[in-house]
Design a protein around this ligand. Sequence first.
Ligand code: PEP
Ligand code: MN
Length: 334
Amino acid sequence: MKTGASRGEIDGVVDRARSLGLNVQLNLGTDKTVVALLGSNTGQLSTDIFAVLPGVEGVTRIMKPYKLASREFKAEDSLVSIDGIEIGAKRVVVMAGPCAVESEGQLMEVARAVKESGASILRGGAFKPRTSPFSFQGLQKVGLELLAKAKERLDMPVITEVVDPHDVNLVSSYADILQVGSRNMQNFALLTNIGRSNCPVVLKRGYSCTITEWLTAADYLLAEGNNQVILCERGIRTFEDSVRFSLDISSIPVIKRFSHLPVIVDPSHAAGHYSLVPAIARAAIAAGADGLLIEVHPNPKEALVDGLQSLTPSDFARLMEELRQIARCVGRYI
Ligand code: PEP
Ligand code: MN
């Protein structure tokens, strides 16, 4: 819309689009409003239908498969705010904690430690999407209750994964941020339910998915009106087998170029080994990541899940010091 287009003019475009069976999303920018016209038949519609309406500055077809996640729809960076912690701003936000919540003692110990070292959000899996049905599946509802306890005790927001589309309401009643795991990036029923929940969400990249597929999956969340979407690069499958997954460091500048959404990095699942986590974490911040998601366990050797890639609290404290220096070099802070 033209700068200063009236509400009536915007409504005129919205009404016309709806009369043609299109879905509409508005980006109410400070300067200009962008109206996204969405539907499977937009290719058959002439742009003139909208170009002639009062207040319209121009009509552009977004040629990429993803629309709402694109910079064409929203040029300025999106910020996601969780209890006053902004993701996508100058501060690099560190989320840390165990892969899985195992017990009250384990969770409280690690939560206290990561908070003391400067992490601002606590991670912990209650529902674990395990490769094998015979592996530990998480404490589930009990795990959520323990996360709520840790949140209250330490005054720290929590992020936890939701696996089943039917559990979105349950998990979002405990979590400050929902995590969509790599294996569920294209679980469209799950994405749609999370989109309707309006709970902030971290969308991990499917380990065999392209950046385009990742951003198009983000559209499922955005299409339902949930714009609190954070992307998370966590490594992709390549021919390289000396690491668990190959962290696609280029995905960070690529996302920054093509999307307005914040992007964080999970060095733990990419590395698969604790000794490799610090270098990958430092590289992520240098490359422009807006945050990190790191696995920390008070006693990694005893961990029920992902012990080999988990940092001890003291390794994590040391890493945070290094990360502060890298952040400073790229004009940010932790
Ligand atoms: C996790 O964060 O514990 C996890 C299962 O990650 P991913 O979905 O990236 O494998
Ligand atoms: Mn894990």
